[in-house]
Design a protein around this ligand. Structure first.
Ligand SMILES: [Zn+2]
Length: 447
């Protein structure tokens, strides 16, 4: 194949400078023709084969998404690497802080722990929202890298220690012991961490939601301001790297135990709630759940099993913090006060839906980790439970946080969720009871 040149692959390209070019280095970054999109049969377009779900990394092929000059015609994926951070990278290039042709030095970046491969890695239906070989770019695709193809890992595996005031407290109370293995003498938790960016196999994602691939592609194009025209013009490219947040896995104990059915597994799947997780807001139970699950995971690891917390960047039920705060305001200001009876209604009035996390893609990471059974699932979410069970993973026991760990104001959320089908070992509240579950009044909030 001839060496591609961005200028040669764009029959529809035409000079479209936003501003008159100057001699600044930033202006010299790009040639004057903008390649708005590409087409399958276009001159110079020859994607590296990518067969989702192939038995080995080599047969599957690398995910190639870079528009770097040497890689442009070889791309086999739409979008950009880095999840939501692709925009910051674009900005760094624009202001001259990052050379557009910079190639990462992957020396010594390899995973600290081995995970997989598991059968699900080569099942095109089991994993559709991440690249199962995303951590092994250097290991499996070095020949491409050596030939100058710009490939980036989408998963990284490292290890660290955690120090949390709540864990100190648990040690103090004798709920957790310093064993030098899981909990150090200094009260730190040893943890293996996995960060993963989203990589979507579009036909698989569409099937997961029971919609057509073309509907999915059209919606992704339309509702992102026409951000990725190749969703429409390149039906031959089946993989899309969306500009959204990824996830982090925190593993307590030996990661090898996760896929070992003879070892017990405690797990929480947590969706980001910055206000509670980091800043301790008491309107919901997010942080208490997170802390309790870390404690339970560490305890399981100390007992010879393993604990896993998966942390998804899906702030405010994936509605975002602005929507979340608008809903908070409406909840506190509504007639009759903030009651559990109106909890979901207020979210729906503002956002149009009560939840956009759509857990259908969530189990992918569990299959990537080799999970086949969860002994203790720390969550009351019926949606998470159902998604996991429907994906073929057994959940033995569902565990909610002890009553005394729930902040008073979070009762509104909790009772509304239980009435909506969330898991409880207690009573399911009636409509009349929900009206009685009230949160703090607006006036009580100090300004
Ligand atoms: Zn929360």
């Amino acid at each position: 194949m001839a060496k591609e040149d961005a200028a040669d692959v764009a029959p529809d390209a035409q000079p479209q400078p936003v501003e008159q070019a100057t001699d600044s280095p930033q202006q010299r970054l790009y040639n004057s023709r903008v390649v708005l999109t590409t087409y399958p049969a276009q001159l110079g377009i020859d994607p590296i084969p990518l067969t989702w779900g192939a038995p080995t990394a080599a047969e599957r092929g690398p995910v190639v998404v870079s528009r770097n000059q040497d890689t442009f015609g070889k791309r086999n994926a739409i979008g950009a690497g880095g999840g939501s951070y692709c925009i910051y990278r674009a900005l760094a290039v624009a202001i001259g802080a990052l050379a557009p042709n910079h190639r990462p030095d992957f020396n010594m970046t390899q995973p600290t722990h081995e995970i997989g491969p598991f059968p699900a890695w080569s099942d095109p239906e089991k994993i559709v929202s991440m690249d199962p070989w995303g951590h092994a770019t250097v290991e499996h695709y070095s020949d491409y890298l050596e030939r100058g193809v710009d490939i980036r890992p989408t998963i990284a595996i490292t290890q660290a220690r955690m120090k949390l005031a709540e864990i100190d407290e648990a040690i103090e109370k004798g709920l957790l012991r310093r064993d030098g293995e899981v909990v150090t003498e200094g009260g730190e938790l040893k943890v293996v961490k996995v960060a993963s960016e989203p990589v979507w196999f579009l036909p698989g994602v569409a099937r997961r939601f029971g919609i057509s691939e073309s509907t999915l592609r059209r919606a992704l194009f339309e509702d992102t301001g026409g951000m990725y025209p190749e969703l429409i013009t390149r039906p031959d490219l089946k993989v899309f790297l969306p500009p959204i947040g990824g996830l982090t896995v925190y593993i307590f104990g030996d990661p090898k135990n996760i896929a070992d059915p003879s070892k017990r597994l405690t797990m929480r799947v947590h969706d980001e709630c910055n206000g509670s997780d980091v800043f301790g807001s008491d309107i919901c139970t997010c942080k208490p759940y997170l802390v309790y699950s870390i404690e339970e995971c560490a305890r399981e690891a100390q007992n010879g099993g393993v604990g896993v917390v998966v942390y998804f960047r899906k702030e405010g039920r994936a509605l975002g913090e602005v929507t979340k705060y608008l809903v908070y305001n409406a909840r506190k200001r509504q007639e009759g006060g903030d009651t559990a009876a109106n909890y979901f209604k207020r979210t729906e009035f503002v956002a149009g839906v009560k939840d956009m996390r759509f857990q259908a893609l969530m189990p992918d990471i569990l299959h990537w980790l080799g999970v086949t059974r969860i002994d203790r699932f720390i969550s009351m979410s019926n949606m998470k439970y159902q998604a996991i069970v429907d994906s073929g993973i057994e959940i033995v026991e569902r565990v909610s946080i002890p009553e005394d760990r729930m902040p008073a104001d979070s009762k509104v959320e909790i009772e509304a969720k239980i009435a909506d089908g969330y898991f409880t070992t207690g009573e399911v509240p009636t409509d009349a009871m929900l009206k009685e579950v009230k949160g703090r009044n607006w006036d009580e909030i100090a300004h």
